[in-house]
Design a binder for this molecule. Structure first.
Ligand code: VAH
Length: 315
C-alpha cells in the first residue's frame, strides 16, 4: 500500500488521484496536516498527519501495511525565506522520518521531490547539466539539495530504494500552489479569467523552467515504475519540459483572451527567480528511464483555460 504525505498540496492532490486510479482507493492512504477539500477525503482513505511527527507516521505505516511512501510535504521557496529555520525543520525532519521508517521497515520504495531550486547564481543558466555547480541561495533549495544527498546516503548505506526528481515550476488547475516563486504562472490564468488583468511579481523577461502537471505526474510515475537497475542516480534527476517568460505566457493567453493585459511589479521573489536556471538539460532522465514530456506552452495554455473555465463557472 502507498502512503502519500502532503496529499492536499499542489502536487500531492494530483499524484494521489493518479495513484488511486492505478492502485485502487483502498491501497492509497492520503495524509496531510489538514485538508480543505472534504471531497478529497471522501474519495479514499485520508488521515491527518503532521509530517514532522515520526511516531504517528510509523503508526500509519503499520496500520495500513505501507510499502511505498511519496513524501510531498515541504515549505516552498518564497514562504521558506520568510521562515528559514522552520522551513529547514519541516523539510528535513519530515524527510528523515520517511527515510528512517523506510530503513527500519524495509519499505519497497520512497519518492522525494527535489527542484530546480537547488541551483544557484553560479550554475550554468542554459541547459543546466545533470552534474553541475549546485549552490542554492534559498533555504528551500538548501533543504532540497540536502534531501537529495540524504536519499543517496540511505540508498548507499541501507539499500533504501529512494527516487528523486528536480521539478521545474509546476502548473495545474486543481489545487493551488502555496508559497512558491513560480506560482505567477498559475495565478496568471485565474486573473485572466476573473478580471482580464494581472500584476506579475516577476519581470517580463524572467525565463524559468516550467512543466504542466500532467507531465509532472507522468514523469513521477514513470520514474517510480522503472526497474531499479535503470535508476542511475539517487540524488535528483533533472526533469524539464518548457521554459518561458511572463511575456511569452501572456502572449499565449492573449491568443485565447485578446483583452487580457499584464503589468509588472517585481517583488522579493524576483531575486529567487534570478538565481535559478532558464532551461534544464534532462537528457539523463530521457536515457535512463524514458522520460518524455507531452505539453508545450500553447497546448498547456489551451488545456489550462478550458479546464479553469469549467471550474470557475462551477464555482
Ligand atoms: C517554488 N514551485 O517556486 C516551487 C518550485 C522550481 C520551483 O520548487 O518554490
Amino acid at each position: 500500500n502507498i502512503l502519500v504525505i502532503g496529499a492536499c498540496g499542489q502536487l500531492g492532490t494530483e499524484l494521489t488521484v493518479a495513484l488511486r486510479n492505478i492502485y485502487g482507493e483502498h491501497h492509497v492512504v492520503a495524509t496531510d496536516i489538514h485538508c480543505a477539500d472534504p471531497a478529497f477525503k471522501e474519495q479514499g482513505i485520508f488521515e491527518e498527519l503532521n509530517a514532522m511527527d515520526g511516531k504517528k507516521m510509523a503508526e500509519l505505516v503499520n496500520k495500513y501495511q505501507i510499502t511505498q511512501i511519496y513524501h510531498l510535504a515541504a515549505m516552498l521557496s518564497a514562504k521558506g525565506e520568510q521562515n528559514p529555520l522552520f522551513a529547514w525543520k519541516l523539510n528535513m525532519e519530515s524527510l528523515l522520518n520517511v527515510l528512517e521508517i523506510a530503513r527500519e521497515k524495509q519499505l519497497n520504495k520512497i519518492y522525494f521531490p527535489s527542484s530546480i531550486g537547488v541551483f544557484g547564481f553560479d550554475t550554468p543558466k542554459q541547459n543546466t547539466p545533470q552534474q553541475t555547480i549546485i549552490n542554492p541561495t534559498t533555504v528551500y533549495g538548501i533543504s532540497k539539495q540536502a534531501g537529495e544527498h540524504w536519499c543517496n546516503y540511505y540508498f548507499d548505506k541501507f539499500g533504501v530504494d529512494a527516487r528523486c526528481l528536480r521539478y521545474p515550476g509546476l502548473i495545474s488547475y486543481n489545487a493551488l500552489p502555496g508559497g512558491g516563486t513560480t506560482d505567477y504562472a498559475v495565478d496568471i490564468f485565474y486573473k485572466a479569467l476573473e478580471n482580464n488583468a494581472y500584476e506579475c511579481f516577476l519581470s517580463e523577461d524572467t525565463y524559468l523552467p516550467m512543466m504542466y502537471m500532467p507531465d509532472a505526474v507522468k514523469g513521477t510515475l514513470d520514474l517510480m515504475h522503472a526497474p531499479a537497475n535503470q535508476i542511475k542516480t539517487r540524488t535528483g534527476y533533472n526533469l524539464a519540459a518548457i521554459s518561458f517568460s511572463p511575456k511569452e505566457i501572456t502572449q499565449a493567453i492573449q491568443k485565447h483572451i485578446p483583452a487580457f493585459t499584464i503589468s509588472y511589479k517585481p517583488d522579493g521573489r524576483q531575486q529567487i527567480a534570478d538565481s535559478w536556471p532558464d532551461s534544464i538539460d534532462d537528457t539523463q532522465s530521457r536515457q535512463d528511464w524514458g522520460w518524455q514530456h507531452q505539453y508545450n506552452l500553447a497546448t498547456m495554455v489551451e488545456d489550462m483555460l478550458v479546464n479553469l473555465k469549467k471550474k470557475v463557472v462551477l464555482a
